[in-house]
Design a protein around this ligand. Structure first.
Ligand code: DP6
Length: 325
């Protein structure tokens, strides 16, 4: 059928983290968060509603997916089908240019691209802010991947206003070097990890208080283009999120020995006069926030410890976009 539409969405890395839901069904977060969209990691997805198939069909990286993986996609597409009054099954083809489930937030670009493609194929043509509320219901971090640059996911008060907002297009000297410590599937998903942290960590209430302050401060640092301040807040906020997990029952840690090595290397680089700051998500990989113009120097230094193939430099990514082959 000719309604196939292909969309590319870039992943994002949170500088102020989302770690906990107040409503699991609607993916309403416990706090607002803020991220930088990256240009080196993205997902391209096409959706077509098609009467020639009897049920939803899902290919990921050219591989036919089983019922369990397809069900997740189907439930998500139902949001668009219900809104647009579409009864047809869909054919979904998705390609990840991201090492899957290694804490590189592939669910962010994946769900944002799926939302973008479904939006076009269904003819709903929602504006990007509204689209971000749909992406949210696939994966919280996907909310922020609708936009490029620095993006805030405002926690909001309900389904309609828990949405993404572009803070700055990041068209300044800023980027990230990702240290891929381990690209295998993680043992505890962020969904399960955050749920248990909210339920059991005694540090959680102070995390929420402190994150609200970090968010205010980082937004004003971004608007002033104060790179050092953006970096300091980023590093501190990420560590505080991991502290909440260490306090959970059972305790949770995503760090590996090489994660700690990478963090120390970042401190050494800073000591040598190159401003750069680390953050980590629900996986062992380390992301180094830096001036993009220092990216190669940082990669060269880290190449003494890691294989250069484990080091990926990214600049700021763009809004989601329609791709025509
Ligand atoms: C640590 O968005 O993957 O990367 O909403 O359950 O799908 P779900 O979780 P997900 O969690 C991301 C957590 C994080 C921090 C962040 O991206 O803000």
């Amino acid at each position: 059928m000719s309604n196939e539409k292909k969309v590319r969405a870039y992943t994002n890395i949170a500088l102020i983290k989302y770690w906990g839901k107040r409503n699991e069904e609607l993916f309403l977060p416990m706090n607002s968060s803020l991220s930088l969209t990256l240009d080196s990691f993205y997902t391209e997805t096409s959706v077509s509603f098609d009467s020639s198939v009897s049920e939803d069909i899902f290919y990921l990286n050219d591989t036919f997916q089983d019922t369990k993986a397809t069900e997740k996609v189907s439930r998500f597409l139902d949001l668009f089908r219900e809104e647009a009054g579409i009864k047809l099954p869909a054919i979904v083809k998705s390609t990840n240019f991201v090492p899957t489930a290694a804490g590189l937030a592939s669910s962010a670009s994946g769900m944002a691209a799926l939302a973008g493609a479904a939006n076009l194929a269904s003819g709903l043509n929602l504006d990007k802010t509204t689209l971000s509320t749909y992406a949210r219901r696939g994966s919280g971090s996907a909310t922020r991947s609708i936009f490029g640059g620095f993006v805030e996911w405002q926690m909001g008060t309900n389904n309609a206003d828990s949405c993404a907002l572009k803070v700055d297009d990041a068209s300044w000297d800023i980027g990230m070097v990702t240290v891929v410590v381990n690209d295998k599937q993680k043992a505890v998903s962020s969904r399960v990890g955050m749920k248990n942290t909210v339920a059991t960590s005694p540090f959680y209430p102070s995390w929420l208080e402190s994150t609200a302050v970090d968010l205010r401060n980082i937004k004003s640092a971004i608007l002033k283009k104060d790179f050092e301040q953006v970096g300091e807040i980023t590093e501190s906020n990420g560590m505080k999120m991991h502290a909440t997990m260490l306090g959970a029952n059972p305790p949770l840690s995503y760090w590996e020995p090489d994660s700690v090595r990478a963090m120390q290397a970042v401190r050494d680089l800073r000591q040598s006069g190159i401003p750069c700051y680390f953050t980590m998500d629900a996986g062992p990989n380390v992301k180094v926030l830096c001036r993009l113009s220092d990216g190669q120097k940082i990669k060269d230094y880290l190449s003494n410890i890691f294989n250069p193939t484990q080091l990926i430099i990214s600049g700021p990514g763009k809004d989601i976009e329609e791709i025509t082959d």
